[in-house]
Ligand binder design. Structure first.
Ligand code: M6R
Length: 363
């Protein structure tokens, strides 16, 4: 049932505020404690994490790496499952292996998990399907409570994965003493503010539609982001190529001058994901290098960011102000809606893109 939407993907994007509030309710007590299902995990007994996944779930891991390292001071390695499983990576003592999968049945991710059995101290997973193989074979499986996701392009599963991972990071930080009570309370209230912020983000659909109509004419599109916005740029590019069939690539904005800037000319739109945070000035200086070469910049930022750097850009998408910690979750909305409206403008099969399956259970 598409609940009045034209596509399942549109429905699944729109329902994120409600779904995410439910995810939060499943992990947060009224007084702001984070509860994990039994048997829980002792974060003082591990020294590092290795995170493995595919596709969008891999980008959720990449985002979580920034959080785990900055907030819980835990070193994290992230890999795509198809590479990890054949590399025979050594797994040092006191390693937590963490697998992220919507379906819980992705063949490469499951094989990577089995490789870690008997090597990692603990095997954990963040899954949407609690009865799945990956959930069953984990010491601890954290459900994301996204409900059934029908669209091949993952949307609500991604934001729910990020939300559960962020709560896990906060739990780890608390156990390891790397976070103050005030910081913890701030982060919890940032999480609680997300459903309302996402609603405000979704209300910017109009600006995203008109930008998408312009993107639909392009042959190649670049996405740029820095820090936690880099994985979001990767996710935006994946979503776009998956359903609109337009070639899209993402780069960490600092990498631009190490090669990709050679691609820039007036026919290449560049989507810049940059909330007004501590890295904003750096990203904007990369954006200006693009504009100096006539690249067409679509800037996704908050009011302060657009006010400061929006002049002369080709398109602007305004997100509500939000605490830095939850920005990657909020900025998933424009990444998804840009891809969706571009695909609709191109007339492609949004829910069933060619050559793709919802769950990749073969290698
Ligand atoms: O079920 P999983 O989360 O393990 O699936 C992983 C990828 O196949 C999946 O995220 C894929 O990249 C999506 N179609 C992206 O929208």
């Amino acid at each position: 049932d598409k609940a009045g939407h034209k596509h399942f993907m549109a429905k699944e994007i729109a329902e994120q505020p409600v779904v995410l509030a439910n995810t939060l309710a499943n992990y947060l007590t009224a007084n702001g404690e984070i509860t994990l299902p039994d048997p829980g995990i002792d974060f003082t007994a591990i020294d590092r994490l290795t995170m493995v996944a595919c596709g969008t779930a891999y980008y959720a891991c990449l985002t979580a790496k920034y959080w785990f390292e900055q907030i819980a001071r835990l070193p994290v390695e992230v890999d795509v499952a198809s590479e990890f499983r054949y590399r025979e990576p050594p797994i040092p003592a006191r390693t937590l292996a963490l697998f992220v999968s919507q379906s819980g049945e992705t063949a490469d991710t499951l094989a990577a998990l089995r490789y870690c059995e008997g090597k990692a101290d603990k095997i954990m997973s963040v899954i949407n399907v609690p009865e799945s193989s990956i959930a069953r074979e984990s010491d601890l499986a954290l459900p994301i409570f996204a409900g059934v996701e029908v669209g091949v392009a993952s949307t609500k599963a991604f934001t729910c994965q990020l939300t559960v991972l962020l709560m896990l990071v906060l739990k780890a930080a608390k156990a390891r003493g790397t976070i103050t009570d005030t910081q913890m309370a701030d982060h919890i209230s940032a999480l609680r503010s997300l459903p309302a912020l996402m609603n405000l983000g979704i209300e910017q659909g109009e600006a995203m539609q008109s930008t998408a109509r312009k993107l639909a004419e392009a042959r190649d599109i670049l996405f740029l982001g820095r820090g936690v916005m880099y994985p979001l740029a990767l996710e935006g590019a994946l979503k776009l190529k998956e359903i609109s069939y337009i070639h899209a690539e993402a780069y960490a904005s600092g990498e631009l001058k190490h090669g990709p800037i050679a691609l820039i000319d007036k026919s290449v739109p560049v989507v810049v994901m940059a909330p007004r945070d501590t890295l904003f000035d750096k990203t904007i200086s990369n954006m200006q290098e693009v504009m100096a070469r006539k690249g067409k910049v679509a800037l996704i930022s908050n009011a302060a960011g657009i006010e400061e750097a929006g002049d002369g850009t080709w398109a602007q998408i305004k997100m509500p102000d939000c605490p830095d910690i939850v920005a990657p979750i909020l900025y998933a909305i424009p990444a998804q809606l840009l891809a969706y409206h571009t695909a609709v403008a191109k007339g492609t099969d949004v829910d069933q893109p060619r050559n793709l399956a919802k769950s990749v259970t073969v290698e």
